[in-house]
Write a protein that binds this ligand. Sequence first.
Ligand code: NAD
Ligand code: LMR
Length: 334
Amino acid sequence: AEPVFPDRPIRVAITGAAGQIGYALLPLICTGRMFGMSQKVSLHLLEITPALTALSGVVMELEDCAFPILDSILATDDPAECFKDVDVAMLVGSFPRKAGMERKELLSKNGAIFHGQGEILEAVASKDVKIVIVGNPANTNALILSYFAKGIPVQNISALTRLDHNRTVGLVAKKLGTSVANVEGVVIWGNHSSTQYPDVSNAKVKGFSQSIVEAMGGVEYLEEAMIPHIQGRGASIIAARKLSSAMSAANAACDHVRDWLLGSNGRIVSMAVHSSGEYDIPKGIWYSFPVQCSRGGKFTIVQGLNVSDFSRARMDATAKELTEEREAALSLYQ
Ligand code: NAD
Ligand code: LMR
């Protein structure tokens, strides 16, 4: 890939850098999976004060990897220092849920983090900073951040649903006995939560001329197996690992930023972005839509996809949850 900034390192902030996802994400960035091997990277790593010692160990390991594209590392517990002039901010640092919890139960604990970090990003980051929120509840944390950082264009603030997207691609390929590379056009609609709607009705799979819904086993299979599988995948991983997903989350965050900055090459990917009322979704919430990204950090929401009654009901249910989360979030501040 051509570098985004040929003449200087790209400055990337990662919060919660000593956490699980941080530990899995850093090597992806430093081995060129995010911006290619010709883009130098400057890492700005943020942790809370009690985790600074752990972070210093991560920094030692980064140094010991001798990554050719890693230009410099800043490690700090001061968000203003961390976010100074950053081009990309990956906001991971926050509390993960435990078994038996819904992600929105993290709102009261994590929301405040994104309030504070939004104000600081607005004040000190690059004017064109691209922000991805990974910390849960990711969509509503994006809304909170934007509420407190009105100077940052809403198009520059996104939340991660690429993990759900990749999970769906993986499941379709497995079910149809084909390669993930042959699967195109799956969509995650709505919230990164158990109401999300993974949609294969517009998907195309190389080698399959019939409808993918039929090939997968019909509407019954979607309702009884595929949709609950994807909606509950995060919880299944927590039940099995006793920790939330980290390798796959870091991989998805890397895919999200790479496609956003370098372009998705015509492919449809899912990103939770500000709704301006596309597909009759309420305005002002961060809702996962099908998007296509073009080089330089621009995306467009793919319009005109077929929406069946089956899809509509599910798209509206997850929008309703996000509207309720918005009310709960804003009531904390009013
Ligand atoms: P973790 O507990 O292993 O790491 C989080 C790190 O963030 C910790 O090291 C902690 O010290 C740090 N931290 C906490 N508050 C901070 C703050 N204010 N500033 C900077 N750092 C701070 O958790 P994890 O497994 O890495 O998960 C992180 C978050 O990502 C959780 O909220 C989790 O639910 C979420 N997550 C989201 C997705 C997604 O697809 N959107 C996927 C997986 C996990
Ligand atoms: C996931 O989808 O794996 C993450 O959001 C972690 C979780 O709490 O499910």
